[in-house]
Design a protein around this ligand. Structure first.
Ligand code: C2E
Ligand code: CA
Ligand code: CA
Length: 660
């Protein structure tokens, strides 16, 4: 087994090592080849030199023979033959005497061939000696003979020199060839070694890549498992759930359940995260153990939200939900403390014989609507999605979408309802209420408009529009001295916006509306918020001179000392409380005390929802001086309100006249 570290090192060096080995082998091979080539070149040169020397020697002796035969009287040989032999000899001498040949000899360090140059200089003597030859006269050859003898030895030497050089060279070449053969052999073994190295390299590569592949596959599998598993609970996560849904065969009938813990945040906040984690594991176990026998899929989508996919009927889903809820609500013990929570479940059921995947998103939304309903129905229960929920949701989304345009186009209206002094009948202020006639759904109830505006992030522009309408109306009414103050509702969501006070002050400035003439109505719970942003906003609004009122008093949680500290100018007692006065003594007492306390703190008290004369009388008897309700006037358009105020003024004037 090759150790892992050695493999890793090998992996680092193997490429350079193989390249180096190949480079060395190439250099050695090139050296061998050029040595062989050098030997061959020398041998060719010596062969040529030997040939030239022997030819010269041969032609010289041919000349001698022919001269002898001519001088002996041989009739077959003429003087022309002798001359021709001289010519042939001469042409050999010429070749050897050429500058190129001489240079080549010099370069090879051979100087002896100067003899050819010297012979060449004696051409005239040779020719003269041949002219002196006389047929049959043996002695006539002597001049030629002495000439030839002068050079013959040197020509012979030259030839034998070349011969030995060639031999020597041949010998050297044979040796060299033997050496080359050895080189070739070593080249062969080098190539064999190279092939060996390459084969080894390939084997190492294969081993490494196999190991890498195995580890890579394992890592990918681990990562994939991690990606689809919830680390805390060990069940699937959102991604795993979605992947599971998309990869399973089509289900004919199934339910998607969304499970959300009730009050999980409180457990986390009060008992710490370890307790929260233990609780989430407990819920995951409860959901999974009930789903397992039914072949269901369970996942934690995030936070305290879980999802379950169950095949089968609604009935089956309901049975499962009830069993799971019962198990979830069992107390568990964490670090010696007992925790108990409940959950709410929303169920979307599909009996469509189609693949679950395209519906997942829709089903999730539907289940979410049902979950919302379960929460609204008091929690610790399961609710199925209904057609009404879906239609309501569609309407909500539609309203949210259309509201922006309605605000921009000025299609959003304001209605105005007077708040009167129940004794004298004067109108002290006018509340501005939003109105919208939707092209498809008709008149939309005010709370629904507000909800849509909050959902679509339009609550600020909507409120500023209402404020603007209120300021406009106030401007029209200010021709008379006793123009009423204008009240505008502020939704709780607004109080958390950092730029609220400035936006409101800007509208007032634009319309030239004095801030003391504007009352901002805040619901009880919003007014009680201790958040820093809410406090800052309330302070900024109050110091800009605006009056604040507590709206719907009696429906939420109130802290009377805080009411006093925040210097609210007005308390509006909610109509639900007013309704109960006549039937509930306790409520009667509460209202009586609240109105006295408000009076003592210098706050105005308004009774809302005054519908009858007896409501009015009852409230007045309780010390509530101001009233708002159908008994005095319904919310109305600006023009109607102006007319209404005009009539009242006239009525009051004539009453005063009559009384006077
Ligand atoms: P609210 O601020 O308590 O407004 C008074 C509501 O009581 C109005 O309902 C009004 O029409 C209704 N009302 C007045 N007199 C009587 C009566 O004698 N009997 C009964 N049963 N009801 C009476 P509306 O206009 O439907 O508004 C409902 C709620 O919507 C308002 O309650 C307020 O919380 C909210 N809202 C209305 N306009 C706005 C707005 O511009 N901004 C914000 N944030 N909320 C608004
Ligand atoms: Ca109000
Ligand atoms: Ca109210």
């Amino acid at each position: 087994m090759i150790p892992r570290r050695a493999l890793r090192n090998l992996a680092l060096f193997r490429f350079p090592a193989v390249l180096l080995a190949m480079g060395v082998m190439l250099v050695v091979t090139i050296g061998n080849i050029s040595a062989i080539a050098d030997g061959l070149g020398m041998h060719l040169f010596n062969s040529a030199r030997y040939e030239e020397a022997t030819r010269m020697e041969m032609e010289l002796s041919d000349l001698l023979v022919k001269a002898h035969r001519f001088s002996y009287g041989d009739r077959d040989i003429t003087r022309a033959d002798v001359n021709l032999a001289l010519d042939i000899f001469w042409s050999r001498v010429n070749v050897v005497a050429t500058a190129n040949y001489q240079r080549a000899l010099r370069e090879a360090d051979i100087e002896d061939a100067k003899v050819a140059v010297e012979i060449k200089e004696r051409l005239g003597d040779y020719e003269a000696a041949i002219q002196k030859l006389a047929p049959g006269e043996r002695t006539s050859i002597r001049p030629l003979l002495s000439l030839i003898r002068e050079f013959q030895t040197r020509v012979n030497d030259m030839s034998s020199d070349a011969y030995s050089a060639r031999r020597f060279q041949m010998q050297k070449m044979i040796e060299q060839e033997l050496a080359s053969l050895a080189s070739l052999k070593s080249m062969q073994s080098e190539f064999a070694a190279l092939v060996g190295v390459l084969v080894l390299f390939v084997i190492v590569e294969l081993v490494i890549s196999r190991r890498v592949n195995v580890r890579l596959k394992r890592a990918v599998a681990d990562k994939e498992a991690l990606l689809v598993t919830d680390g805390l609970t060990g069940i699937g996560n959102r991604r795993g759930f979605e992947t599971d849904l998309s990869s399973r065969p089509p289900l004919s009938e199934f339910s998607l359940l969304l499970v959300d813990l009730d009050g999980f945040k409180d457990v986390n906040d009060t008992m710490g995260h370890p307790a929260g984690d233990a609780l989430l594991r407990h819920v995951a176990t409860a959901l999974a153990e009930n789903a397992l026998p039914l072949g269901g899929v369970v996942a934690r989508l995030g936070g305290d939200e879980f999802a379950v996919l169950l095949k089968g009927s609604r009935h089956r889903a309901l049975d499962y939900a009830e069993a799971a809820l019962a198990d979830i609500s069992r107390p568990i013990s964490v670090e010696g403390k007992t925790i108990q929570v409940t959950a709410s479940i929303g169920v979307a059921h599909s009996s469509d014989a189609r693949d679950a995947t395209p519906f997942v998103e829709t089903l999730m939304k539907h289940a979410d609507l049902a979950l919302y309903a379960a929460k609204a129905d008091g929690r610790n229960c399961a609710r199925f999605t209904t057609d009404d929920m879906i239609a309501d949701n569609a309407r909500k989304r539609c309203l949210g979408k259309d509201l922006a345009k309605a605000i921009a186009d000025g299609d959003l209206d304001a209605a105005f309802q007077p708040i009167v002094s129940m004794k004298e009948g004067q109108t002290l202020s006018v509340e501005t209420l939003v109105r919208w006639s939707h092209p498809r759904f008709g008149a939309i109830p005010a709370p629904e408009i507000v909800q849509a505006a909050e959902g679509a992030d339009l609550i600020l522009p909507m409120t500023l529009l209402m404020l603007d309408r209120a300021c406009l109306l106030r401007e029209r009414l200010s021709v008379s001295n006793d123009a009423p103050r204008m009240a505008v509702n502020l939704s709780p969501a607004l109080l958390s916006m950092p730029d609220l006070a400035k936006a409101i002050v800007d509208v007032l400035a634009k319309r030239g509306c004095p801030s003391e003439s504007v009352i901002l109505e805040l619901t009880e719970d919003a007014a009680m918020s201790l958040s820093e942003q809410v406090m800052d906003n309330l302070e900024a609004l109050r110091s800009a001179g605006l009056r604040l009122a507590v709206d719907d008093f009696g429906t939420g949680y109130s802290n009377l000392s805080r009411l006093a500290a925040l210097e609210f100018a007005q308390i509006k007692i909610d109509k639900s409380l007013i309704r109960r006065i006549s039937v509930c003594d306790r409520t009667y007492e509460i209202v009586r005390h609240v109105s006295r306390m408000a009076h003592d703190l210098g706050m105005e008290v308004v009774g809302e929802g005054v519908e009858t004369e007896s409501d009015r009388a009852l409230l007045m008897g309780l010390g509530v001086p101001l009233g708002q309700g159908y008994h005095f006037a319904r919310p109305m358009s600006d023009l109607s309100l102006m007319a209404w105020l005009g009539e009242r003024r006239e009525g009051q004037a004539s009453a005063r006249l009559l009384a006077g």
